[in-house]
Design a binder for this molecule. Structure first.
Ligand code: SAH
Length: 223
Protein backbone atom coordinates (compact mmCIF):
# COMPACT_ATOMS: atom_id res chain seq x y z
CA UNK A 1 0.00 0.00 0.00
CA UNK A 2 1.30 3.43 -0.86
CA UNK A 3 1.82 5.83 2.02
CA UNK A 4 -0.13 9.04 1.63
CA UNK A 5 2.27 11.92 1.12
CA UNK A 6 2.46 14.57 3.82
CA UNK A 7 0.28 17.63 3.47
CA UNK A 8 1.98 20.92 2.66
CA UNK A 9 1.08 22.07 6.15
CA UNK A 10 2.84 19.12 7.82
CA UNK A 11 5.90 19.63 5.60
CA UNK A 12 5.98 23.25 6.79
CA UNK A 13 5.66 22.17 10.44
CA UNK A 14 8.61 19.77 9.91
CA UNK A 15 10.67 22.54 8.28
CA UNK A 16 9.99 24.95 11.14
CA UNK A 17 10.74 22.28 13.76
CA UNK A 18 14.06 21.44 12.04
CA UNK A 19 15.04 25.11 11.98
CA UNK A 20 14.15 25.44 15.67
CA UNK A 21 16.35 22.41 16.50
CA UNK A 22 19.28 23.97 14.66
CA UNK A 23 18.92 27.09 16.79
CA UNK A 24 18.43 25.18 20.03
CA UNK A 25 21.34 26.91 21.77
CA UNK A 26 20.30 30.43 20.74
CA UNK A 27 16.64 29.90 21.56
CA UNK A 28 17.19 28.03 24.80
CA UNK A 29 14.58 25.35 24.07
CA UNK A 30 14.56 22.00 22.35
CA UNK A 31 11.46 22.36 20.25
CA UNK A 32 8.16 24.11 19.83
CA UNK A 33 5.57 23.38 22.50
CA UNK A 34 2.55 21.21 21.66
CA UNK A 35 0.36 24.29 22.14
CA UNK A 36 2.32 26.42 19.63
CA UNK A 37 2.37 23.53 17.13
CA UNK A 38 -1.39 23.09 17.53
CA UNK A 39 -1.97 26.82 16.92
CA UNK A 40 0.17 26.73 13.76
CA UNK A 41 -1.83 23.75 12.49
CA UNK A 42 -5.14 25.37 13.35
CA UNK A 43 -4.74 28.75 11.63
CA UNK A 44 -5.35 28.58 7.85
CA UNK A 45 -2.39 30.67 6.59
CA UNK A 46 -3.74 30.43 3.03
CA UNK A 47 -6.73 32.56 4.09
CA UNK A 48 -4.43 35.42 5.10
CA UNK A 49 -2.88 36.02 1.68
CA UNK A 50 -4.30 37.10 -1.68
CA UNK A 51 -5.84 34.34 -3.85
CA UNK A 52 -2.93 34.43 -6.29
CA UNK A 53 -0.48 33.67 -3.47
CA UNK A 54 -2.45 30.84 -1.85
CA UNK A 55 -0.40 28.13 -3.55
CA UNK A 56 2.65 29.49 -1.69
CA UNK A 57 0.96 29.92 1.70
CA UNK A 58 2.53 26.79 3.24
CA UNK A 59 6.07 27.70 2.26
CA UNK A 60 8.39 28.95 4.98
CA UNK A 61 8.62 32.47 3.51
CA UNK A 62 7.16 35.90 4.05
CA UNK A 63 4.73 36.91 1.28
CA UNK A 64 3.51 40.26 0.04
CA UNK A 65 0.13 41.43 1.37
CA UNK A 66 0.14 44.72 -0.57
CA UNK A 67 0.79 48.22 0.80
CA UNK A 68 4.52 47.27 0.77
CA UNK A 69 3.91 44.97 3.74
CA UNK A 70 4.27 41.24 4.27
CA UNK A 71 2.84 38.28 6.14
CA UNK A 72 5.70 37.13 8.37
CA UNK A 73 7.69 33.96 7.73
CA UNK A 74 6.00 31.04 9.56
CA UNK A 75 9.25 30.15 11.38
CA UNK A 76 9.46 33.68 12.78
CA UNK A 77 5.79 33.63 13.85
CA UNK A 78 6.44 30.29 15.58
CA UNK A 79 9.45 31.40 17.58
CA UNK A 80 8.06 34.83 18.47
CA UNK A 81 4.91 33.14 19.73
CA UNK A 82 6.84 30.70 21.89
CA UNK A 83 9.22 33.41 23.16
CA UNK A 84 6.21 35.32 24.45
CA UNK A 85 5.36 32.42 26.85
CA UNK A 86 1.62 32.71 26.12
CA UNK A 87 -0.81 31.35 28.72
CA UNK A 88 -4.55 30.74 28.55
CA UNK A 89 -5.45 33.65 30.84
CA UNK A 90 -3.16 36.21 29.13
CA UNK A 91 -4.10 39.49 27.49
CA UNK A 92 -1.59 40.24 24.77
CA UNK A 93 -0.87 43.30 22.64
CA UNK A 94 0.48 43.02 19.10
CA UNK A 95 1.89 46.03 17.26
CA UNK A 96 1.71 45.57 13.47
CA UNK A 97 -1.43 43.55 12.66
CA UNK A 98 -0.68 43.34 8.92
CA UNK A 99 -2.98 40.60 7.58
CA UNK A 100 -3.80 39.35 11.10
CA UNK A 101 -2.00 35.99 10.92
CA UNK A 102 0.16 36.38 14.04
CA UNK A 103 -2.88 37.71 15.93
CA UNK A 104 -4.86 34.61 14.90
CA UNK A 105 -2.07 32.26 16.04
CA UNK A 106 -1.90 34.05 19.41
CA UNK A 107 -5.68 33.99 19.78
CA UNK A 108 -5.54 30.18 19.94
CA UNK A 109 -3.24 30.40 22.96
CA UNK A 110 -4.40 33.34 25.08
CA UNK A 111 -7.64 34.85 26.37
CA UNK A 112 -7.60 38.10 24.41
CA UNK A 113 -5.43 39.62 21.68
CA UNK A 114 -5.30 43.37 21.04
CA UNK A 115 -3.57 44.41 17.84
CA UNK A 116 -2.72 47.85 16.45
CA UNK A 117 -2.03 48.55 12.76
CA UNK A 118 -0.98 51.89 11.30
CA UNK A 119 -2.38 51.36 7.76
CA UNK A 120 -6.18 51.89 7.74
CA UNK A 121 -6.90 49.61 4.75
CA UNK A 122 -5.00 46.71 6.34
CA UNK A 123 -6.85 47.20 9.62
CA UNK A 124 -10.20 47.06 7.80
CA UNK A 125 -9.27 44.03 5.71
CA UNK A 126 -7.98 42.14 8.74
CA UNK A 127 -11.03 43.02 10.81
CA UNK A 128 -13.26 41.48 8.14
CA UNK A 129 -11.01 38.46 7.57
CA UNK A 130 -10.75 37.60 11.28
CA UNK A 131 -14.50 38.01 11.75
CA UNK A 132 -15.28 35.79 8.75
CA UNK A 133 -12.89 33.13 10.04
CA UNK A 134 -14.68 33.19 13.40
CA UNK A 135 -11.98 34.65 15.66
CA UNK A 136 -13.84 36.39 18.45
CA UNK A 137 -11.07 37.16 20.94
CA UNK A 138 -9.09 39.60 18.79
CA UNK A 139 -9.64 43.38 18.95
CA UNK A 140 -8.08 45.57 16.27
CA UNK A 141 -7.42 49.25 16.20
CA UNK A 142 -5.91 51.54 13.59
CA UNK A 143 -3.20 53.85 14.87
CA UNK A 144 0.46 54.30 15.66
CA UNK A 145 1.44 51.34 17.81
CA UNK A 146 4.26 53.39 19.33
CA UNK A 147 1.68 54.50 21.88
CA UNK A 148 0.44 50.95 22.46
CA UNK A 149 -3.18 50.68 23.57
CA UNK A 150 -3.31 52.48 26.94
CA UNK A 151 -7.05 51.91 27.46
CA UNK A 152 -6.52 48.13 27.40
CA UNK A 153 -3.24 48.05 29.35
CA UNK A 154 -1.58 46.44 31.24
CA UNK A 155 -0.67 43.42 29.10
CA UNK A 156 0.85 40.08 30.06
CA UNK A 157 2.80 40.10 26.81
CA UNK A 158 3.59 42.46 23.92
CA UNK A 159 4.76 41.39 20.48
CA UNK A 160 6.04 43.91 17.93
CA UNK A 161 6.12 42.73 14.32
CA UNK A 162 7.88 45.68 12.64
CA UNK A 163 11.56 46.60 13.04
CA UNK A 164 12.07 49.53 15.36
CA UNK A 165 15.24 51.49 16.19
CA UNK A 166 14.33 51.71 19.85
CA UNK A 167 11.90 50.04 22.18
CA UNK A 168 8.93 52.42 22.49
CA UNK A 169 8.76 53.62 26.12
CA UNK A 170 4.92 53.48 26.26
CA UNK A 171 5.06 49.76 25.48
CA UNK A 172 7.31 49.12 28.49
CA UNK A 173 4.89 51.08 30.69
CA UNK A 174 1.97 49.01 29.39
CA UNK A 175 3.66 45.69 30.19
CA UNK A 176 2.81 44.00 33.51
CA UNK A 177 5.64 43.30 35.92
CA UNK A 178 6.79 39.79 35.03
CA UNK A 179 5.46 40.24 31.47
CA UNK A 180 7.51 39.70 28.33
CA UNK A 181 7.92 41.77 25.17
CA UNK A 182 9.23 40.22 21.93
CA UNK A 183 10.54 42.91 19.58
CA UNK A 184 12.94 43.30 16.63
CA UNK A 185 15.28 46.22 17.39
CA UNK A 186 17.81 47.76 15.01
CA UNK A 187 18.24 49.88 11.87
CA UNK A 188 14.84 49.85 10.20
CA UNK A 189 16.08 49.26 6.65
CA UNK A 190 18.57 46.53 7.55
CA UNK A 191 18.44 43.59 9.88
CA UNK A 192 17.38 43.85 13.49
CA UNK A 193 18.04 41.80 16.61
CA UNK A 194 15.05 39.93 17.94
CA UNK A 195 14.98 40.75 21.64
CA UNK A 196 13.00 39.55 24.60
CA UNK A 197 12.45 42.12 27.34
CA UNK A 198 11.20 40.91 30.70
CA UNK A 199 9.80 43.55 33.02
CA UNK A 200 11.52 42.78 36.30
CA UNK A 201 9.86 45.55 38.32
CA UNK A 202 8.29 48.97 37.63
CA UNK A 203 11.72 50.46 36.89
CA UNK A 204 13.79 47.77 35.22
CA UNK A 205 13.79 45.30 32.37
CA UNK A 206 15.99 42.33 31.53
CA UNK A 207 17.00 42.18 27.87
CA UNK A 208 17.95 39.03 25.98
CA UNK A 209 19.20 38.98 22.37
CA UNK A 210 17.81 36.00 20.45
CA UNK A 211 18.63 36.00 16.69
CA UNK A 212 19.07 38.50 13.85
CA UNK A 213 15.86 39.03 11.87
CA UNK A 214 14.61 41.23 9.03
CA UNK A 215 11.28 43.00 9.49
CA UNK A 216 9.50 45.72 7.55
CA UNK A 217 10.13 49.11 9.19
CA UNK A 218 8.18 50.43 12.13
CA UNK A 219 6.59 53.63 10.82
CA UNK A 220 5.56 56.53 13.04
CA UNK A 221 2.20 57.98 12.13
CA UNK A 222 2.16 61.72 11.44
CA UNK A 223 -1.52 62.20 12.37
N1 SAH B 1 2.00 40.63 12.17
C1 SAH B 1 1.95 40.43 10.75
C2 SAH B 1 3.17 40.97 10.05
C3 SAH B 1 3.03 42.39 9.90
S1 SAH B 1 4.18 43.23 8.90
C4 SAH B 1 1.67 38.99 10.40
O1 SAH B 1 0.97 38.37 11.18
O2 SAH B 1 2.11 38.49 9.37
C5 SAH B 1 4.31 44.67 9.91
C6 SAH B 1 3.08 45.53 10.02
O3 SAH B 1 3.40 46.56 10.95
C7 SAH B 1 2.70 46.23 8.72
O4 SAH B 1 1.37 45.93 8.42
C8 SAH B 1 2.90 47.70 9.04
O5 SAH B 1 1.96 48.55 8.42
C9 SAH B 1 2.73 47.72 10.55
N2 SAH B 1 3.34 48.86 11.23
C10 SAH B 1 4.49 49.52 10.94
N3 SAH B 1 4.68 50.53 11.82
C11 SAH B 1 3.62 50.51 12.68
C12 SAH B 1 3.25 51.32 13.80
N4 SAH B 1 3.96 52.37 14.18
N5 SAH B 1 2.11 51.00 14.45
C13 SAH B 1 1.33 49.96 14.05
N6 SAH B 1 1.64 49.17 12.99
C14 SAH B 1 2.77 49.44 12.32
Amino acid sequence: MRRQSKSEKEVLIDTISAEVSELENRLGWRGLSDEVLAALRQVPRDQFVAKENRYRAWENHPLSIGYQQTISQPFIVAIMTQLLHPEKNHRVLEVGTGCGYQAAVLSCLVEQVYSVEVIPALTQESELRLKNLGYNNISLRCGDGYSGWPERAPFDGIIVTAGTEMVPAPLISQLKVGGRMVIPVGPTHESQMLKVLTKVDEHSVDIEDIIPVVFVPFVRSTD
